[in-house]
Design a protein around this ligand. Structure first.
Ligand code: HEM
Length: 542
């Protein structure tokens, strides 16, 4: 077909007008949309707020902007709007009360589509595929299942406390080993004795690689998704991402295989009952009786999602707890007072003591509030329908960020918000706040837990209770056993945090000293019991 028959034979003037008119029409469309959406820093045509978006710790700048533009404002990344929420009530009204419209994820072509090939729940759009995976996770994280995992969490927390006796300077790595082992034992029924275990080294590599794909501006395919259809030989970047994706998928399948073989061996010797309960085992048993519409590859991603989402987040929260304790010594004193009075010196606290240790429970919640690890609300939400809120228009396809930093440090809800103060989360304080705002305690947060560090609505963290249990039991045993203290005359910067979607305090040193010889002996005894209990969770080796 001749080119002339495809391209109309317009005069050069017509072409010129078209070239000028198209961007002008887009510009007018954008200005009208910007006028209808929640206000925000003034965007430039076509590039949006690109030049004013902070390169470092965006959550802090977003918090400042919320003071200027209000609790819901818009920023523009190119022509794409992102609505940033800085008030817990607004977050609940949109992402919980209207969760049918606000539960999707923005398109992440490099990470979600090319690397994971849509297998990971974390970035999956709202819909049937997401719902299948979410149901499987819920099935293995019911209150009954969580009870099965508690002895593992207790035993691993005892091992953590014992290991700190011998290597206190290595506390951060020991916390990571603790959370990795809990997640692996819960996911696969195998513990982690060393961070050098091959499976852990692999997991960290996968996490680093996937995070590197999510850097704004790194891949043109995010702005021009059709590029994902380029043939591999013309797009080496795409081939590289897919090859890395295959490595992770194969590693996930290998882990599934480990548990299948464990089960086959146990069945052959009629010892299935003595095999540790794990999420993977529960799911494989379910698959024997029910059709699960997932390929092996996609099925293997379900237990694997626990590590990426659950290990680093919990370890980072514990690191923040250490920073809080050394910079707010009165909280350690209060925690010591409570554990000494309720537990005494003959044993460490356990889950059965939780109801009697309100200060420790409040301490765990206050850490989640004070330094929310998922600082911008974890993975962003995206809207799937046009909506109107407080007179503003929010079109389908808008990215929604709950700025947990601004929400958790909002002084209307938490007066003197930078002060680490566990009594904010005592049941009595929360109950008082529900009667009405007070000068001392502020307004009531709309969630029953008093914070929203685990996200919102249908996408709320499915591992929240598991994480809360790990935090409680680790903190209870740690404060029972140790003085966690600042190094004399050392200044600590409570804002020195890493970048990224999940944050952690930058490396710092502190003193971790066992409180007495009697405490040491208890740790040694309980470690021996814990090792015995964890024996059946055979370790993944180096
Ligand atoms: C202190 C620890 C943790 C924190 C602060 C945390 C926080 C979050 C947040 C904020 C989200 C996003 C929620 C939203 O989009 O509204 C999320 C999602 C998720 N979390 Fe957690 N999490 C933690 C631990 C865990 C654990 C232990 C697990 C696994 C058992 C887990 C599994 C997940 C999964 C699978 C998702 C994705 C859910 C979805 O997209 O539907 N998390 N988490």
């Amino acid at each position: 077909m001749a080119l002339a028959s495809i391209i109309p034979l317009w005069s050069p003037y017509t072409w010129l007008s078209l070239i000028v008119a198209a961007p002008l029409l887009i510009f007018i469309h954008d200005v009208i949309l910007q006028y209808r959406m929640p206000p925000g820093p003034r965007p430039l045509p076509f590039v949006g707020n690109k030049f004013v978006l902070p390169k470092s710790q965006p959550w802090v700048k977003f918090q400042e902007w919320s003071k200027i533009y209000g609790p819901i404002f818009t920023i523009w990344i190119g022509r794409r709007p992102t609505v940033v929420i800085s008030d817990p009530v607004v977050a609940v009204e949109l992402m919980e009360k209207r969760s049918n419209k606000y539960s999707s994820r923005p398109r992440m072509v490099a990470m979600g589509e090319l690397y994971w090939d849509n297998a990971s729940i974390l970035v999956q759009p709202y819909g049937k595929e997401w719902s299948i995976r979410r149901k499987l996770l819920h099935y293995a994280l019911t209150p009954r299942a969580l009870r099965l995992y508690k002895p593992v969490q207790e035993a691993e927390a005892s091992r953590l406390c014992f290991q700190l006796l011998h290597d206190p300077a290595n506390w951060e790595k020991l916390l990571e080993r603790f959370t990795s082992s809990v997640v692996f034992s819960v996911a696969y029924g195998h513990r982690i004795d060393s961070l050098n275990a091959e499976v852990i080294r692999q997991r960290f590599e996968f996490m680093q690689y996937s995070a590197s794909l999510n850097v704004p501006g790194r891949y043109a395919v995010e702005s021009f998704p059709f590029l994902k259809h380029m043939p591999d030989f013309l797009a080496p970047w795409k081939r590289d991402i897919k090859e890395h994706g295959k490595l992770e998928a194969n590693a996930n399948l290998a882990l599934l295989d480990v548990v299948s073989q464990d089960m086959a061996r146990a069945k052959a010797t009629s010892q299935l009952e003595s095999l540790p309960d794990s999420l993977c085992k529960l799911l494989l048993e379910l698959r024997e009786t029910q059709h699960i519409p997932l390929s092996d590859r996609d099925f293997a991603f379900v237990p694997a999602s626990l590590f990426g989402a659950g290990s680093d987040t919990t370890a980072s929260t514990l690191c923040s707890a250490f920073l809080a304790l050394i910079t707010h010594p009165e909280t350690l004193e209060a925690a010591h007072e409570e554990v000494d009075r309720v537990i005494g010196a003959d044993r460490t606290p356990a889950f059965e003591d939780e109801q009697n240790l309100p200060y420790i429970r409040a301490l765990a919640k206050e850490v989640l509030r004070w330094r929310p690890v998922a600082v911008l609300g974890g993975t962003p939400h995206a809207s799937t329908e046009d909506d109107k809120y407080q007179g503003y228009f929010i079109p389908a396809g808008t990215t929604i960020l709950g700025n947990s930093w601004a929400i958790n440090l909002n002084d209307e809800y938490y007066p003197n918000p930078q002060h680490f103060h566990p009594p904010r989360f005592l049941d009595s304080t929360l109950a008082e706040k529900t009667k009405g705002p007070t000068l001392e305690h502020g307004r009531a947060h709309p969630a029953k837990s008093g914070h929203s560090s685990f996200g919102w609505g249908r996408r709320i963290c499915p591992g929240a209770d598991l994480a809360a249990n790990s935090l409680y039991v680790a903190l209870a045993k740690l404060v029972w056993a140790y003085d966690i203290l600042p190094i004399p005359n050392r200044r600590y910067d409570v804002f020195a945090y890493t970048e990224g979607f999940n944050i952690r305090p930058r490396k710092f040193e502190c003193i971790i000293r066992v409180r007495s010889e009697a405490h040491r002996r208890v740790l040694e005894r309980e470690n021996a019991e814990a090792e015995k209990y964890m024996d059946k969770f055979t370790p993944f080796v180096e």
